[in-house]
Write a new protein. Structure first.
Length: 141
């Protein structure tokens, strides 16, 4: 690998990943964006979605991010995630059940605040299921 970018993926619980990578694709609030060595500095909110880590021109790892923000410099990409889990560790059946339960909870919410909270949880669960179902860039994992 000629040039590399330092990637740090941090959740509230721990440092999940800290290594030199070729490229990373971040699920930014305005859409996915790729980060290569020498990227212009940027700070972006992260929407629930998939973080793709590239090595050798292909996706090496994928993580579901529940939200958070990214800070990018020429040498580093730091992801502070509200929650992060390797896509391959997601239990599809459990997420499908969670979605069914949350859809029921939306209908029975006691007030607008509770409904908004449940709808946000539902959006995260649906994005998680989408991460499991969507092929990675280039069709490899």
């Amino acid at each position: 690998m000629a040039e590399s970018l330092e990637l740090e993926l941090v959740s509230p619980e721990s440092l999940i990943l800290s290594e030199a990578v070729e490229m990373v694709v971040v699920p930014g609030e305005e859409g996915d964006f790729g980060v290569l060595p020498g990227h212009a500095p940027v700070i972006s909110n992260i929407r629930p979605g998939t973080l793709a880590v590239f090595e050798g021109g292909a996706v090496k790892q994928r993580f579901f991010l529940a939200g958070g923000f990214a800070e990018v410099t020429k040498e580093r990409c730091t992801i502070l995630a509200e929650g992060a889990v390797p896509v391959e560790d997601i239990d599809r059946a459990a997420v499908e059940q969670e979605i069914r339960d949350l859809r029921e909870d939306v209908g029975s919410a006691a007030d607008d605040n509770e409904r908004a909270r449940v709808e946000m949880s539902l959006a995260v669960a649906e994005a998680k299921l989408n991460s499991v179902d969507s092929p990675s860039y280039g069709g490899s994992h």
